[in-house]
Design a protein around this ligand. Structure first.
Ligand SMILES: C[S@@+](CC[C@H](N)C(=O)[O-])C[C@H]1O[C@@H](n2cnc3c(N)ncnc32)[C@H](O)[C@@H]1O
Length: 196
């Protein structure tokens, strides 16, 4: 059986957590905050009309933008409250409830974007499986882009070793979604991974 992610455990402990998360991002959007920096980077990697998986999509801010500029988007998230918000706020993409450790879609993607510290919420026993499934769901020439911060119990070196073991090699390592280079001192990683 798939070990539940830390996000699921958080929502079980605090049933209002997901609704508060949705509201926080709705308030930020209403206040004019730029919420699509990650999506702009992914868009720059792709020709128009590409197939994108938003892995751990939450309420859909990344996948929603990518669909709005002409990509075909599927979003998957384990939290049904967030998927309901994605459907309401960003109609267009296919929004699906599911655990990334059990991802099994007929689709193959030109890009998989996994933004917003999603990998740090994964149950450690599922990390390798999620990365293997990312690998399986990439189309020929496709790339996965994973971003997360330091200090969240998933060491960058361990993540990159897990990715290699799953058949994903680093194509480019950045320390931000705004193209700053990754260094030994970086406290954020954006890993662009390609099948090895
Ligand atoms: C901080 S939120 C980020 C949401 C979105 N990626 C964004 O950046 O706006 C983390 C998300 O990871 C999702 N998540 C965590 N573990 C997951 C899993 N095993 N499978 C699918 N989604 C998961 C949570 O449900 C939550 O939506």
């Amino acid at each position: 059986m798939t070990e539940p992610s830390a996000w699921v455990r958080m929502t079980q402990a605090d049933p209002g957590h997901s609704a508060a998360y949705v509201q926080r991002f709705r308030d930020l959007a209403a206040g004019g905050m730029d919420l699509v920096g990650e999506a702009r980077l992914v868009d720059a990697m792709l020709p128009r009309g590409s197939r994108v998986l938003d892995a751990g999509c939450g309420p859909g801010r990344v996948g929603g933008y990518l669909a709005s500029v002409g990509h075909t988007v599927v979003g998957v998230d384990v939290d049904p409250v967030l998927i309901a918000a994605a459907e309401e706020d960003h109609p267009g993409p296919r929004w699906l409830v599911g655990d990334l450790a059990e991802l099994d879609l007929p689709d193959r993607f030109d890009a998989i974007v996994c933004a917003g510290n999603v990998v740090t919420f994964l149950a450690p026993s599922t990390r390798g499986e999620v990365l293997r499934r990312f690998r399986t769901h990439l189309a020929e020439g496709g790339r996965a882009v994973v971003g997360f911060g330091a200090g969240r119990d998933y060491d960058f070196a361990v993540f990159l070793a897990d990715a290699r073991a799953a058949g994903l090699e680093p194509d480019l390592l950045l320390s931000s979604w705004h193209l700053h280079p990754f260094t030994a001192e970086s406290d954020f990683l954006v890993a662009v991974l390609r099948p090895g």
